[in-house]
Design a protein. Sequence first.
Length: 301
Amino acid sequence: MDGLIALLLGVAAFAGAVGVLRAFGSRLRVGRLLGSTPLVTVAEAVKLAREAVPTYVRVSGRIDSEAEFEDANHRPLVYRRTRFQAQHGQTWRDFDAVTEAVPFEINEGLDHIQVDGSALAEGLVVVLRETTGSVGDLGDRAPDELDDALPARVIVEQVSSVEHAEVLGVPALRPDGSAHLTAGLGRPLILSTLEQPEAMRILAGGSVAKPRLAAGLLAVAAVLVVLGIVLLILPGSALAASPVPTPVGVSDTRSTGQGPGLTGAPLAAILGVLGIGLLALLVTLVFVRLTGGNRGSRADR
């Protein structure tokens, strides 16, 4: 019975971890690909494109373009996506989005490869520039059906031609014969201008609490499942009655006759401690899901 209880608690911890990870949505997949996709040189990526070998790879280099456009601070940009959102309960929802892009490429030494900017979607990982206010502040930009008093925010994601970037995608040839990186093999085109630790923080919504919570739940689940399996497969003789008469234990003289408590049941004590830890983690999970956590980096207001 103790083994079954441990297994059930392990399953509950695993379900909690899955719940936390599902809250990341597509960002979880982007983070996994950033951490696991093999790095190749730009020259190797161009070779794969010319050989028509569909392979999902990662390249690194400097962004360059001959058709940059400037932002309000005169920074040369190659891509900018502006999202207008309104808050409904604990959820922010897009009601408009504007994308501006020009052809650009990744340079590494003398080699270069184009990037299919039109394929960038959830794979764009950059510092978010956010401005908050109310729907009424947006004027004609907001739909008439939205209440002017609703909280609103504008999020700008942009890529500059002076930045260094990592791009993940499938090398392929354009109709004109030039090589470019695009989405393919069921995986998104990803572009990140951040170091990997910072990119992971952005993908986690600006908070490290949720990833740590998921890791903690997975660790607890692993311990409980292993413990449960060990208890279930223990030889029956180990738990069988002793052939030699064993004196019946007396009650604890410090109690009112209830017995020695958990003194002779260390397993129950261990399971109790693990159960309390699991309960605390699940309560934290519920709190994070209800409050929505930190919703993004706010580098610029």
